[in-house]
Design a protein around this ligand. Structure first.
Ligand code: TGC
Ligand code: FAD
Length: 388
């Protein structure tokens, strides 16, 4: 049987995309094939984020791509999703960089910042000349940010910030950190600049996951922050949680790319691997396993596309994002683990993509709300009972 269906897109999701969306997908896809995939194995092995990619993704308009104005591309949500998908087909580390810069740093400055803050940071961040990070998680427990200890007190026209944040993407390379802290006036967002006295960062070494991404800790010891660096538009946990909704949405697409890279690898490998006088691809169990991968990818694609259309329609519920973040991360991680196994011994080598994606996805299923957090968000929606 010869099939005309695209093995990476069995339900022809591509035909549901507008011309502009197809152009975004193809442009980023070509970039990832040419410039990203060839260097990711080494970057992962070297435990290094390839920083020269920042200028390239900026040049392509991928930073803050959903923002209108401020030198940003003003693309719709489906396009942002497709960008995440194509980048993560290369590596979750690069997609993480773009997620954090776009959804967790530029989004809150755009949504809650003053005009002066927007003018100062957004164009520079879109060009990749200023890098941001997002500090919400603290060492004592990230799932429950309402229990944050980092706090700020007014002192004349300034604020004094104390505390620590942990597991922060881009921590040591950021020019500005959007840091969430408790105050007497509610949870507020502070733009902490890298040279402010009392602000320190430390890289987290020895990660076995997201090795091609910078992760670190932030420390605040009586950091004096001028009022001009406080986001005026929000004073509650809704501020940081609304940023998470943006980033989680992108992740639902991103992990599809990682899963596609794994399926692509085993589709090729099993054609060439001859065992018991026939290609591995001709055995029933291998076909069932790859069909399972395709089923999960297809379901994830349809979920994210529908989610993107809802988001572009302006009616997105965080619960819907939780469902897709949970489903798609679980699917991608299961696919990566199974692809690793189908490669046999070769599957433990970084020369093949699945083990790198598998290790990365262990972070992706944990950050931006663990699987359990998203299951309990859906559970709360269904029952009305808060089980956290
Ligand atoms: P809860 O009482 O439910 O809500 C407080 C207020 O916030 C609103 N809200 C949301 N708004 C927008 N989006 C969401 N996802 C929202 N979730 C809640 C809510 O309506 C309420 O508003 P209001 O007006 O009534 O005050 O808050 P809770 O404290 O009970 O928390 C609920 C829970 C557990 C779901 C939340 O704390 C949570 O999501 N925890 C997980 C934390 C998390 O995901 N952290 C991620 C850190 S950033 C990160 O991982 C970056 S990785 C980057 C990368 O490299 O890609
Ligand atoms: P915990 O909250 O301590 O959870 C531990 C376990 O308990 C988990 O399995 C969890 O599911 C489970 N659990 C929690 N609550 C319940 C419950 N009620 N019932 C049952 N089980 C429960 N954070 C940022 O702020 N900014 C970043 O840029 C950022 N980047 C990251 C990059 C990487 C590589 C990683 C690994 C993390 C990053 N994070 C970032 C942090 C991430 O969001 C947290 O790791 C995540 O939210 C989980 O928090 P935790 O690690 O403290 O685990």
């Amino acid at each position: 049987m010869s099939s005309k269906l695209d093995p990476m897109d069995l339900y022809d999701v591509r035909s549901e995309l507008s011309e502009d969306e197809v152009m975004v997908k193809d442009t980023v896809g070509r970039y990832v094939d040419d410039k990203v995939i060839p260097l990711m194995q080494e970057a992962f092995e070297q435990h290094e984020f390839p920083r020269h990619l920042i200028g390239e993704v900026a040049e392509l308009g991928l930073l803050g791509s959903s923002i209108e104005g401020y030198d940003c591309a003003g693309l719709n949500s489906v396009s942002y999703g497709l960008i995440c998908q194509e980048l993560e087909r290369g590596d979750s580390g690069l997609r993480s960089f773009v997620s954090v810069q776009s959804s967790l740093v530029m989004f809150p400055i755009h949504a809650y910042g003053s005009e002066e803050q927007k003018q100062r940071w957004l164009p520079a961040m879109a060009r990749g000349e200023a890098i941001g990070c997002f500090g919400l998680t603290e060492p004592h427990g990230g799932s429950d940010p309402s229990n944050m200890k980092t706090h700020a007190k007014r002192d004349g026209d300034d604020w004094i910030l104390n505390g620590a944040k942990m597991w922060i993407t881009n921590a040591t390379i950021a020019d500005a950190a959007v840091v969430w802290a408790k105050t007497d006036e509610g949870v507020k967002g502070f733009i902490v600049e890298k040279d402010m006295p009392g602000f320190d960062t430390q890289e987290i070494e020895n990660k076995f996951s997201l090795r091609a991404s910078v992760t670190g800790a932030l420390f605040f010891d009586n950091v004096r922050i001028p009022e001009a660096n406080v986001l005026p538009g929000v004073s509650s946990l809704k501020g940081p949680l609304s940023c998470l909704t943006q980033a989680r949405y992108g992740i639902t697409w991103g992990v599809i790319g990682a899963a596609q890279a794994c399926l692509q690898e085993v589709l090729g490998y099993t054609q060439d691997r001859i065992l018991f006088q026939k290609p591995l691809a001709n055995t029933q169990t291998i076909q069932i396993r790859m069909a399972e991968m395709s089923r999960k990818i297809t379901a994830a694609q349809l979920l994210s596309l529908r989610l993107g259309r809802i988001k572009d329609g302006g009616n997105l519920s965080p619960t819907q994002v939780s469902m897709a973040k949970w489903n798609n991360c679980r699917a991608a991680l299961d696919i990566a683990r199974d692809a690793r196994d189908i490669l046999g011994g070769a599957g433990i080598s970084a020369e093949y993509a699945p083990i790198r994606h598998m290790l990365n996805l262990e972070s992706v299923i944990t950050y931006e709300g663990t699987e359990t957090v998203h299951q309990l968000v859906v559970g709360k929606e269904l029952t009305g009972a808060n089980a956290f």
